[in-house]
Design a protein around this ligand. Structure first.
Ligand code: ZN
Length: 198
């Protein structure tokens, strides 16, 4: 941030009185511009046929991570609930209608100031198509998941946890759990791009 959104004067970085962190503070009107983490909300849309379960992934048509695969997800908007955000992103990116299930992962991505939430979801039908932010949308069985071409660590983690739960369920041990993780890894050591699904 360089300029105050209230009065357009330059901002400076300072620790306000009674605070303990550096903030952007306006040099003219004194407004303190707090910055807080953003919520990224997505779904894990699945389709089961003849005993085989497939997961819907979108190939990104935008940077960062153009051409890599992701679960439908994006930034939560003001005045919507987390469930509404998951439904909207799934519709926008995959053109898909889903029945939302339980919240499945809560992933802290502290180094990029984000929290990612993914809901379990069941496709209502096979009527899906790439939205403007996707090049392609496809269903993948577990053995078909393009693990080396996934866009973000939170997608990798969510799919790993999802299929680990499925393996336990095949052994007759319960259903999907709710998982929280702190994500510190990046996709590649030489990749400086912040992870920002949208
Ligand atoms: Zn100002």
């Amino acid at each position: 941030m360089k300029f105050c959104s209230e009065c357009a004067f330059p901002v400076t970085v300072a620790i306000p009185e009674g605070d303990n962190r550096p903030r952007y503070v306006c040099t003219n009107c004194g407004t303190i511009h707090y910055q807080n983490p953003k919520m990224v909300i997505g779904s894990i849309p699945v389709w089961e046929q003849d005993g085989e379960l497939k997961v819907l992934l979108c190939k990104r048509a935008i940077e960062p991570r153009y051409g890599y695969w992701t679960l439908p997800a994006g930034f939560m908007e003001n005045e919507e609930t987390t469930g509404e955000a998951a439904l909207r992103e799934t519709e926008e990116e995959a053109g898909a209608q889903v029945e939302l299930g339980k919240l499945f992962t809560l992933l802290n991505v502290a180094h990029v100031h984000q929290v990612h939430l993914f809901y379990l979801a069941t496709l209502r039908d096979l009527d899906f198509a790439p939205g403007i932010e996707s090049l392609d949308v496809q269903l993948f069985a577990e053995h078909e998941i393009p693990w080396d071409e996934l866009a973000f660590p939170t997608i990798v983690t969510t799919l790993e946890l999802f299929f680990a739960d499925r393996a336990r369920m095949r052994e007759g041990e319960g259903g999907h759990g709710f998982h929280t993780r702190d994500i510190t890894r990046r996709m590649r050591a030489d990749d400086p791009a912040p992870e920002q699904p949208d």
